[in-house]
Structures are given as C-alpha cells and as structure tokens.
Design a binder for this molecule. Structure first.
Ligand code: ZN
Length: 155
C-alpha cells in the first residue's frame, strides 16, 4: 500500500470517528463500513417536529451477518431520537441472496422497530428494490405488524 492509499483511507474514515459514533457502535467507530445505518438528514416539519432520515445499504455493510451487533447499533442510534420522528431509507442496490437469507436478522429488526420505535416512524422507503429484497419482504410479511406494513413505500 502506498502512502497515497493511506491518505485516502484517512479521508474516508475520519468523519465518522467521533464520540457520538463511539457511543452508538464501537464496530462502526473503528470501521464505519461495519454496519449500514446512517443518519443522513434532519429536518423540521410544519408542526416544528424534528424528522430524522436514516439510510441503509446492506450491500455496503461488512458485518451484514452479525445480527447481535447490528441490532445493538440500530437500538442505540434510535434511542437518541428523543421526541423526533424518523424515516428509514432502505437501499436495495447490491442486495443479494446472502443478505436475503438472514431472515432471523430481519425478524429481530422488525420486532425492535415494532416494539420500540414504530410510533415515531413515518415511513420505510425502499429504494432500488430487486428480486432479493422482494424475497425477504415476502418471507417477512406474515410476521410484520400491520401498522408497520402500511408505512412501507417504494421510491
Ligand atoms: Zn455499527
């Protein structure tokens, strides 16, 4: 690896190496590409309520298979919402069979959201759906809370 490569890596990794990420997820603190659940936008609606948008692209997550650390990351991040509402953008680009097969993770994530964060969730926006995102959603459908299902939209 040349010194130029090192320089590029520092530029990519530095912005996420902050104390907030240390509290949310130690895996992502040390390597921001461990999981994929990033706060990308925060705005205020007409009623002056904050709305936070999160972005997930599973294909970019190195630890896509590590259910326990993924659930912990989501819980810690969403616990910081306070009274704000949230939107989850789920990008299916690159989502493949190995991702779709982890039904257990998808179920646990659905349970976490349903039990603790559904009231403040506005929408789950599915971007770039493909065969495998549809396959996962189909296997999950029976287990999903009705209120949660109604929030799923396609971009
Ligand atoms: Zn993480």
């Amino acid at each position: 690896m040349s010194s130029q490569d090192n320089f590029v890596n520092i530029n990519i990794y530095q912005p996420n190496k902050n104390e907030t990420m240390r509290e949310i997820c130690l895996y992502c603190y040390h390597n921001p590409k461990s999981h994929s659940f990033k706060k990308i936008k925060e705005e205020v609606n007409l009623n002056n309520i904050g709305i936070v948008s999160y972005y997930t692209k599973v294909a970019d997550a190195a630890l896509y298979y590590d259910t326990k650390s993924i659930i912990a990351h989501y819980r810690n991040e969403l616990n910081r919402l306070g009274n704000k509402r949230w939107i989850w953008i789920f990008d299916g680009e690159g989502f493949s069979l190995k991702h779709a097969l982890n039904i257990s993770l998808a179920k646990q994530l659905a349970k976490l959201i349903t039990d603790d964060f559904n009231e403040r969730l506005d929408n789950i926006i599915i971007r770039n759906p493909n065969f495998f995102t549809n396959m996962l959603l189909k296997s999950l459908w029976l287990f999903l809370d009705k209120k949660l299902k109604n929030k799923i939209i396609y971009e």
